[in-house]
Design a protein around this ligand. Structure first.
Ligand code: PNS
Length: 183
C-alpha cells in the first residue's frame, strides 16, 4: 500500500455500521455498540426505514431517542437509511456490518441476511457479536409487548425509552387509528 494511502487509511479509521430497526433501542443494542467501540474507531448506528415492517416508533422518533442516548459519545454516529443496506454502506467507509446474536434461533435469519449482503457487495463482511448474558432475552419485540400489557421494562431499556413507551401506549384510540396502529 502506498505511503499516502496508508496515511489516508489511518485518518479514516475503522468504521462499523450497526444496522437495525431499533424499534425501540434496548440495552442489548447499547451493549453491542459499547463493545464495538473497543474494536472500531467509529460506529454508525443505521436505523432502517422499512415501509413493509410496521414500527411502533416513527424513524424520526427512533432517531431522536438514539441520538439523545449517544449524545455524549462522539464516536457514535446516528443515521437512518431507506432501501438496501449495501447501498447505504457504499456511501460510507465501512467494511463491516455489525449484528448482535442472542441465541442460535437468531442464526438462520442472520446467516441468510449476511449471505445476501455479501452477494450484493463482496467487500462487506458481517461481524456477529454475542449479546451480553444480561440481555440475551431482550428484544425490541418483547419489550413492546411487555410495555403494551403494562409490565415494567426498566433496566432493559434506557429511562428515555421507558417514558416514550409509556406515552405511546397511553395514546387515545382515535390517535392510534389515525396513525394506523392498532393493538
Ligand atoms: O433490527 P432488525 O429488524 O433485525 O434489522 C434488520 C435490518 C434493518 C438490518 C435488515 O432488514 C436490513 O438490512 N434492511 C434493509 C434492506 C436490505 O438491505 N435487505 C437485504 C438484506 S436481506
Amino acid at each position: 500500500m502506498a505511503k499516502e494511502k496508508k496515511g489516508e487509511y489511518r485518518d479514516v479509521g475503522k468504521i462499523a455500521i450497526y444496522p437495525g430497526s431499533f424499534d425501540p433501542i434496548t440495552y442489548g443494542h447499547i451493549d453491542i455498540v459499547e463493545r464495538a467501540l473497543e474494536i472500531f474507531d467509529k460506529v454508525i448506528i443505521a436505523i432502517a426505514e422499512n415501509a413493509e415492517k410496521r414500527s411502533l416508533f416513527s424513524v424520526e422518533e427512533r432517531l431522536q431517542m438514539v441520538k439523545t442516548i449517544f449524545k455524549d459519545t462522539p464516536n457514535v454516529i446516528v443515521d437512518s437509511f431507506k432501501g438496501l443496506l449495501v447501498n447505504y454502506v457504499a456511501k460510507t467507509n465501512a467494511k463491516v456490518s455489525l449484528r448482535g446474536l442472542r441465541a442460535t434461533s437468531d442464526f438462520e435469519y442472520e446467516f441468510h441476511m449476511a449471505s445476501m449482503n455479501r452477494s450484493l457487495n463482496t467487500h462487506l463482511d458481517t461481524l456477529f457479536m454475542m449479546t451480553s448474558k444480561d440481555y440475551f432475552f431482550v428484544s425490541s419485540r418483547t419489550i413492546k409487548e411487555v410495555a403494551r400489557l403494562g409490565g415494567g421494562v426498566e433496566g432493559l431499556v434506557p429511562d428515555l425509552v421507558v417514558r416514550r413507551l409509556k406515552e405511546k401506549f397511553k395514546l387515545p384510540v382515535a390517535k392510534k387509528k389515525q396513525i394506523g396502529w392498532d393493538d
